[in-house]
Write a protein that binds this ligand. Sequence first.
Ligand code: CP
Length: 305
Amino acid sequence: YANVLSMKELSAEEVMDMIREAQQFKAGKEIQLKRPVYAANLFFESSTRTHTSFEVAERKLGLQVVNFDPSNSSVNKGETMSDTVKTFQALGVDVVAIRDRKNEYYNDLVNDPHIHLGIANGGDGSGEHPSQSLLDMMTIYEEFGHFDGLKVAIVGDLTHSRVARSNMEVLNKLGAEVYFDGPEKWFNNEFAEYGTWMPVDDLVEKVDVMMFLRVQHERLDASENSTFTASKYNAAYGLTAEREARMQDHAIIMHPAPVNRGVEIADELVECDRSRIFAQMANGVFIRMAIMASMLRYRGLIDED
Ligand code: CP
């Protein structure tokens, strides 16, 4: 692909192709590059997993990774994201992963005729998180071998969640049934189009996948944060030991992480047998290899012989 920006742009077949190539990378597949290829990860918003796993993925593909720390860059002198990207391009960078607080920040970049390097969206505000969504789909596919008719609950801070937006889109496309729960103030018609609202107490017995979302305190206002109580949230919308015990034997727990332990999920359940949270992170490397490989292939940089 020229860029990987949004799950809306990928068909069900293209999602499956991406998962299959990630599985091949997980099984040890390597690629040959036609020339030295350079990658940079431009994270204007905090990240541990996405930033690091893009970097590990790039290194596993044999790319040369160029460092960028926005807090010590000319962004501090007012340089725009667009000029920053053009600078990396001028220095010879072929592909970048970008995260920013602004929804759809990438439109300015892909509509600029002077920018032609490949852009992987590492998360745009509350918009989308396609690489997280693809690694989530890979993890679900590894578990169940299909999506058709699977019941997936997405529970928590829906309003602020780019993961929820990407996942509800792709799960609908792949034939899964989507359910939601969380504080009602964080639910609206945007979500109602993609799934069914149901209390978490009913969902734990009904679904195949319980996917919890982080409460994004950094995006809440001061009054929301001052009235927030972890134990009350966990009792109302989170995974408790009592709820986990009522899940079906085959059902799994997911969370994009970072987890607010004791809030979305009781501390002791984060690593429980049915948790796939760390498996999701591990799959993130292979999905990001597939994302980067798709952009290298589009640019004719992979020797396919
Ligand atoms: N899941 C996720 O995007 O984590 P980071 O914010 O640490 O990248």
